[in-house]
Design a protein around this ligand. Structure first.
Ligand code: GLN
Length: 466
């Protein structure tokens, strides 16, 4: 696996130890070697075209370095399929703000990565174009839904990637592939050009080989965007300034609900090792309880599915999607959707439509919204007593393809990423060690807009656990 991360590549370019062309060659060499098994990309740039584009960016801060982008984030030079048959031929006429900002800073888009259709899933098996495989073990999933982005970075096919996190889709695949994944505070990074799944939860975040790279990319993509009405009115900030490995004096909360004994002895022993490391670094471990954790999953699946059912109503076969010719408009729409959407997407649309239907609205959607508020309050109260919260990112390391055929068991793999997503909080997953010989992620969660503190703490733990 290529040892180079984005920051090292930048330094090597500055010091003229490496050329841009050599970096692109190396990425494509790894791609030709590993991509036939891993299948992280849905579309890939032509190598020579990419080099030409890259060299035109040489004078900009990020010097023409390539980045992979999840295929639910709009780019103008590639299709944006959301790994759905319905959008197989869709080419966006506009570009996501996050991508536009990366380009303005001098990056080039290397290709578009695989995902669970419309970002619904935790394994990248729900892609209409076939699954991505975990570079650590091709019999296993890379996690999801940003599985293509995580696998590309882990395999050394990309220096870094963008993903999206609605309920865990950046953090969980990062954990399962042994890379870093950051979910920013809701609204910190513009959602403009991110294909909507659940608008009140969707975020864009970086998947990288190091915490430093996550800080670097966040600095480029964060900040207010008038094109997104939920974008926070905060100015851009350089998160690499002031990034120091530091845990000293910090109180780190470990919720009992994030370490149930069902996780098994190997995971629990690893968590104890994290606790010891935190204390050695001058931090203080505070055991606490977040009792509403048990309601997070049902709350999320009602809210996310309800919003998805509304958002996905736009794919009707009339405009830019797949169209199945049929007798009459109604029949055409029905058949296009029947053929275009996969099983999991249909399941969410059905559940969401039910939850929003007259007579049930308050009983399901209304109640879920009230529980969501309570979950956010519970976090806010916890952050009166601790500076950050930590625990495993996901209950297990990478599981086998086909292992979680029952949707409920798949939903459970987001148990620890969903509560903070409901509360709109920033969270990061870093490599925390091995379980069963596979990467296992450590998650840190912070209060709203605490990215600077979160990244410095993550850097300290990254160095200590390496
Ligand atoms: N796995 C969760 C879901 O299926 C989260 C997905 C995401 O964050 N996009 O909804």
């Amino acid at each position: 696996m290529t040892p180079l991360d984005l920051s090292e590549a930048l330094r090597a370019l500055e010091e003229k130890r490496l050329s841009l062309s050599a970096i692109v060659d190396e990425l494509f060499r790894v791609i030709s070697e590993r991509e036939p098994t891993v299948r992280a990309f849905l579309t890939l740039a032509d190598k020579e075209e990419l080099k030409a584009q890259a060299s035109a960016q040489k004078e900009k801060p990020l010097r023409g370095l390539p980045i992979a982008v999840k295929d639910n984030i709009c780019t103008v030079e590639f299709p944006t399929t959301c790994a759905s048959k319905l959008l197989e031929r869709y080419r966006s006429p506009f570009e996501a703000t996050a991508v536009a900002r990366l380009k303005a800073a001098g990056m080039v888009v290397q290709g578009k990565t695989n995902l669970d259709e419309f970002a619904m899933g935790s394994s990248t098996e729900n892609s209409a174009f076939g699954p991505t495989r975990n570079p650590w073990d091709p019999e296993r999933v890379p996690g999801g839904s940003s599985g293509g982005s995580a696998a590309a970075v882990a395999a050394g096919e990309a220096l870094a990637a963008l993903g999206s996190d609605t309920g865990g889709s950046v953090r969980q695949p990062a954990a399962l592939c042994g890379v870093v994944g950051l979910r920013p505070t809701y609204g910190l990074v513009s959602r403009y050009g991110l294909v909507a799944f659940a608008s009140s939860l969707d975020t864009i975040g970086p998947l990288t080989r190091s915490v430093r790279d996550a800080a670097l990319l966040l600095s480029v993509i964060a900040g207010h965007d008038p094109k997104d009405s939920t974008s926070l009115p905060v100015p851009p900030q350089d998160y690499t300034q002031g990034l120091r490995p530091s845990l000293a004096g910090l109180r780190l909360g470990l919720p009992v609900e994030y370490v149930p004994k069902e996780l098994g002895p190997e995971v629990l022993a690893l968590v104890e090792r994290w606790c010891a490391t935190i204390e050695e670094l001058g931090g203080q471990v505070v055991r606490l309880s977040l009792p509403l954790t048990e309601y997070a999953l049902p709350t999320y699946y009602l809210i996310a599915s309800a919003e998805a059912s509304a958002n996905l109503a736009r794919y009707d076969g009339v405009r830019y999607t797949l169209r199945v010719p049929a007798e009459g408009v109604g029949e055409m729409i029905a058949q296009s959707r029947a053929l275009g959407f996969g099983r999991e997407v249909k399941r969410r649309i059905a559940l969401g439509t039910f939850a929003l239907s007259a007579g049930y609205y308050d009983q399901y959607y209304g109640k879920a919204q009230r529980v969501r508020t309570l979950i956010a309050q519970e976090f806010a109260e916890a952050f009166q007593r601790v500076d950050l919260i930590f625990g495993p990112t996901s209950p297990t390391p990478a599981f086998r393809l086909g292992e979680k055929a029952d949707p409920l068991s798949m939903y459970l793999s987001d148990l620890f990423t969903i509560p903070s997503a409901l509360a709109g909080l920033p969270a990061i997953s870093i490599p925390g060690g091995r379980v069963d010989g596979l990467p296992f992620g450590l998650q840190l969660i912070g209060p709203r807009l605490s990215e600077a503190r979160l990244l410095s703490a993550a850097l300290a733990l990254e160095e200590a656990l390496r």
